[in-house]
Design a protein around this ligand. Structure first.
Ligand SMILES: [Ca+2]
Ligand SMILES: [Ca+2]
Length: 201
């Protein structure tokens, strides 16, 4: 089951890459005609913007292992955990949208897999969540990795993005998440800007 994420990643069209995530949160169009849709993706404002659900007494945002800044999300980290962080965003019609997030997993599991972090989207009006990624205790642990996932299929829709950790009764696993970003980009505006120098000559 060690290859689960890799297989799913390929199936979902996910690329793992090492480039840096988008700068946090300007809500106006940037030079690439893109808008950041996630509020507080780096968790530096605590739980602001996120809807937490947990069956434990623990805060889901804390200073234990942030990738950047002082705070990050911590999901699982105990047995029988059921932790969720969700945010609802609207994606503009006719634009591309890309989810990026960084994750790190630490586990005490000697064999795999038993504990997982599932990333899903649920379009408004739908009762069905669609899995974008599954990270398990069988994946590479102890280092930050970035997931990059196209959300183009949800252009024009309001979606609930969810990170959910589920651990079994023994040998806990910690799932850390930081620097979550969904950038919606106006491809038409971008191509116009690229054309501009040629038009004005
Ligand atoms: Ca952070
Ligand atoms: Ca476990």
């Amino acid at each position: 089951m060690r290859a689960t994420l890799a297989v799913l990643a390929l199936a979902a069209g996910i690329m793992m890459s090492s480039f840096l995530p988008a700068a946090a949160a300007p809500r106006s169009l940037d030079a690439n005609a893109c808008v950041e849709k996630i509020v507080n993706g780096g968790f530096e404002a605590g739980i602001t913007g996120w809807e937490p659900t947990t069956n434990g007494p623990f805060a889901l945002v804390g200073p234990a292992l942030p990738r950047t800044g002082n705070l990050g999300a911590i999901l699982g980290a105990r047995s029988n955990a059921d932790d969720r962080l969700e945010q609802t965003i609207s994606l503009p019609a006719g634009q591309t949208a890309t989810l990026r997030f960084w994750w790190q997993m630490l586990t005490e599991e000697p064999d795999h897999w038993w504990d997982e972090l599932e990333v899903t989207v649920k379009p408004a009006g739908s009762t069905e969540s669609i899995r974008l990624a599954r990270i398990t205790d069988g994946d590479l642990q102890g280092q930050w990795q970035q997931a990059v996932i196209s959300l183009n299929a949800y252009a024009g829709q309001t979606i609930e993005l969810s990170f959910r950790a589920d651990t079994d009764a023994n040998e806990p696993t910690e799932f850390y998440v930081d620097d979550v970003s969904v950038r919606a980009c106006d491809a038409a505006a971008l191509s116009k800007r690229l054309m501009l120098p040629f038009v004005t000559r």
